[in-house]
Every structure is written in C-alpha cells, then in structure tokens.
Design a protein around this ligand. Structure first.
Ligand code: ADP
Ligand code: ZN
Ligand code: MG
Length: 476
C-alpha cells in the first residue's frame, strides 16, 4: 500500500512593534534579563492589560496581504494552563473570534503552483523564557507579552518540501509587508507541525501528530522528513498511531513523544474580562488596505514591464525586498536599467553570497552604483577599471567619480597621448601595420590591443581605433 502525508502548520510570528502587546515595555531583543518588565507582563495579580493598537494593525495588514477576511468584531480569550514561564496561569489569545479568517499562500511545487489555504490568523501574547544553568534555572520575562500572530493553515501540505516553500513564501510576504523582522536567529518565527499519513486515495485524514516549537526552516524540513517516514513505517509494519505531541531532537535527528491525547490540556477558554472586544469599522480597514505594499509577484511583473528586465532577472531582484528597493533607486537614478540590473545580478549578488550578508550591510549605495554605470556609459572608464572602482565601493563605499579622480583611473581620451601610444605600437609592430595598410582589417584589432597595453588599459578604445586608422593612412 502507498501512503501519503498530510501537513498543517501553525506559525507564530513576532510582530514588529516597539512595545509589548498589553503594556508599554520594550520588545527590544538581547537586553539584560528582566529589565523590560512591569506588573502586567510579569503577570502580577491585579495588573490590567491595555491592547497595543499597532499589534492589531500589523495583524490586519498581514491578513489583507494574505487575502484573509478581516473580522470586524473579534475578541480575546484566556487559554488556561500552568507553566513557570507564564505565572498568570493563562495566556491571552483569541479563540472563537480571531482577527483574520481564510486567505492563502501561493507556493511553487514540482507539479506547478499551489495555494496553501489559511484557516485563521489570531493575535496572542508570547510567554517568558526558561533558562537552564548548571545547578539552577531562571526565567527571563523580557519576552513575555511580546505580540505574536499565529497563522494556521488548513491541512493542505503534503511534503516537507512544500512546507519549506510555504514558510519561505510566507516570510517573504511578511517582510514585504514590514509586519515582522522574521529574524529566525532571534526566534521571530516559530512553528508547530501537524502531520498524519493515510493510504493514497483515502478520503479521511489519518491520526495527527503535533511537533512543537520548531525555530528553523531547515529543522522543519528535517523533522517532517523524519516524522513522515516514521509514521509510514509504523503503518507498513501493521502498527497504529496515536494522537500525540512530539518534540524534535535536532542533534539526534529524531522526534520523540512528549505527551499523548489523554494527557492533553483542556484549556478551558473563556472571554478575557479585562479587555474590550476589538471592533474595526470598514473605514479603518479600508484606510489600512490603502497602505498595503506591492507584493513580490506584482513587483516582478512591473519590473519586466517598466524596466524591460528579463523575467528571470526580475524574479531574482524582487525575491528580496531590500534588493528590489536597491535596484529601483539605482535604476531611477541611472536611467540605464539593464546595466544596473547586470551589476546587481552578477557582482553585487556574488559579494552578498560570498559574505553571507544582506544588501543593507554593504557600504555600496544605490546612488554610487548609478554613478558607476554613468562612468562606463560616458566612457570615462572601461569595464576592467569599473570593476576596480566597484571593488572599492563594496569595501569602503564612497563616490565613484571621486575614486576615479583620486586613483587616476580615468580613460585617456586625450588625442595627443593616444597618438603617442599609436606611434609606439606601429613602430614596434611593423608587420601588422603593413598588413592593415594592405587591406587586412583584422590587423587593426591587434594594434588597438597594443595601444591599450601601452596605456595600461586606460586608453579609450574607440579613440585608439580612430587614431590608428588615421596614422596608417587612408583615413578609412
Ligand atoms: P487542534 O484542535 O488539535 O489544535 P486543529 O483542527 O486546530 O487541531 O488543527 C491544528 C492544525 O493541524 C491545523 O494546521 C490543521 O490544518 C492541522 N491538521 C488538522 N488535522 C490534521 C491531520 N489529520 N493531519 C495533519 N494536519 C492536520
Ligand atoms: Zn510590561
Ligand atoms: Mg488548534
């Protein structure tokens, strides 16, 4: 029997707000433990939450970008359970009236594009962080109360590759929307995986296993690959699966059981009495809709249309918002779209991948790249010299015109100087000179090469050709 897998993801994304969701404490990462805290996010009795409007706006913006219906009337609920990192004994979340419903994410698969449908997006608070030392443990509440949106998919995914593609596509959209930094190293995106297997063609889904708290996309791919294999193996051996929660052991490369359904929490959700329902009128939602940024697919199309780029180049440039922004400002400043795109697609991207950095961390500015393109277009420098200027711009930044002047890299366009080089070349190579005079046009290329060499690559080649032709007689 052939088994197929079904996967649904629940992804927690940290929103880009300056303060926490229910208090004014900072969300900045990396501060001394327990310095960004107050009675609300410490969960002290009697402290009252106040909703951060920006967290609502960013969630709605995400929902609009993902094609969700926005719930004009949503509310918060208490999800009751006890953990040391959550001393209120409940997490404020949204249960039956989340902010966003439906929507979807387009992914590429081997069999063409596919829409991964979303069930919902709701807003909730993050918990604190347990830290374990040699002989003791501690809790850092800086993270407690950080606004998270939870994006839940329908069970629409069927392979580890598809789940990976989904997360990449989702991250790209959220970065474009500016709603989250999506910094995986800082735990901005964390994911629960729901996996089941069933015989191919069976209309009912199998028993699902949930793998908690994945924080890298590569880990998601490995965990799913392992878990799907494990479940199919159990089935093929005639065994049965139980609904359970498992954890991924990244070092061992296996999932292991944490708790089964019998030990599952009953969260006893009930409406949060300390917060008003969230009512959003049409006008507010429409005003937010009007601020939506252009998404990668639309931008790619526009780059082809507006800048005449090949589809492939437009796709590469728009895959990363910062890179697309960089291209666009350089292209606008330069006017030579194709040349700007060529520099970015080859030299800039090579440096980015060699150094493993983002465009923002290079000293090269869009204006400087436009300036470099202009130097080549005006024939002030030839391509090999332009690459030298580029190397300095990449390492130290600066102004290309200034670099050319300071380092004396400008092409020699002075007729007198080029005549000197031409005479030297003709004198040193009478053979080719005679050939050209006898009508062998290709001999000229050799002599131009000699002039370039004598000028150490700085002669304007067009001018060198003209001068040589004149010198060799005929003026042709
Ligand atoms: P729970 O009530 O256990 O949280 P939900 O129905 O809310 O389960 O679903 C949680 C996630 O699990 C969703 O992403 C959903 O698409 C996915 N899911 C539900 N049933 C299955 C299944 N049988 N196999 C794989 N994923 C599933
Ligand atoms: Zn606080
Ligand atoms: Mg659920």
């Amino acid at each position: 029997m052939n088994y197929v897998a079904t996967i649904g993801l629940e992804t927690h994304v940290q929103l880009r707000t300056r303060s926490k969701i229910f208090c004014g404490c900072s969300t900045a990462f990396g501060a001394e433990p327990n310095t960004h805290v107050c009675p609300v996010c410490l969960g002290l009795p009697g402290a009252m939450p106040v909703l951060n409007r920006e967290a609502v706006r960013l969630t709605v913006i995400s929902g609009l970008l993902l094609g969700c219906r926005i719930n004009g009337s949503s509310k918060f609920d208490r999800k009751n359970y006890y953990y040391p990192d959550m001393p209120k004994n409940y997490q404020i979340s949204q249960y039956d009236r989340p902010l966003c419903l439906g929507g979807g994410v387009e992914i590429r698969t081997g069999a063409g594009p596919k829409t991964v449908h979303l069930t919902r997006i709701h807003l909730e608070e993050d918990v604190a962080k347990n830290l374990h030392f040699d002989r003791s443990s501690g809790i850092d509440f800086n993270r407690a109360g950080t606004p998270l949106m939870e994006i839940v998919t329908e069970p629409d995914l069927s392979t580890a590759d598809e789940a990976f593609e989904y997360l990449q596509a989702l991250k790209q959209i959220l970065l474009y929307g500016g709603v989250s930094d999506c910094n995986l190293e800082e735990g901005n995106v964390r994911c629960d995986l729901n996996v089941s297997v069933r015989p191919e063609g069976s209309p009912t889904l199998g028993v699902k296993v949930e793998i908690k708290n994945m924080n890298t996309f590569k880990g998601v791919h490995r965990a799913l690959t392992y878990e799907i294999r494990r479940q199919i193996d159990v089935k093929l051996r005639g065994g049965s699966l139980v609904q359970e929660t498992r954890r991924w052991d990244d070092e061992a490369g296996v999932t292991e059981s944490m708790r089964t359904k019998e030990q599952a929490h009953d969260y006893r959700y009930f409406p949060e009495p300390d917060l008003m329902p969230v009512v959003l009128d049409e006008a507010t939602i429409e005003a937010w809709r009007a601020t939506l940024p252009e998404l990668p697919a639309a931008r790619c199309e526009r780059f082809v249309r507006e800048y005449g780029l090949p589809e492939y180049d437009a796709g590469v440039l728009t895959a990363d918002k910062a890179l697309a922004d960089f291209f666009e400002s350089a292209a606008k400043a330069s006017g030579n779209f194709k040349a700007v795109s060529n520099w970015i697609m080859t030299d800039v991207m090579r440096v980015l991948s060699e150094r493993g950095v983002a465009i923002a961390s290079l000293p090269l500015t869009a204006a400087a790249l436009a300036g470099l393109v202009a130097l080549v277009d005006r024939k002030t420098v030839n391509m090999p010299t332009a690459k030298e200027v580029f190397a300095e711009l990449i390492d130290k930044g600066g102004d290309p015109d200034e670099i050319v002047k300071r380092r004396g890299l400008g092409q020699v366009s002075d007729a007198g100087a080029i005549e000197g080089f031409a005479d030297q070349a003709i004198a040193a190579h009478p053979g080719p000179a005679a050939e050209f005079r006898a009508g062998k046009a290709p001999a000229l290329q050799f002599l131009i090469g000699q002039v370039m060499k004598l000028s150490r690559g700085k002669a304007n080649p067009q001018l060198a050709a003209d001068v040589l032709r004149r010198r060799l007689g005929g003026g042709t």
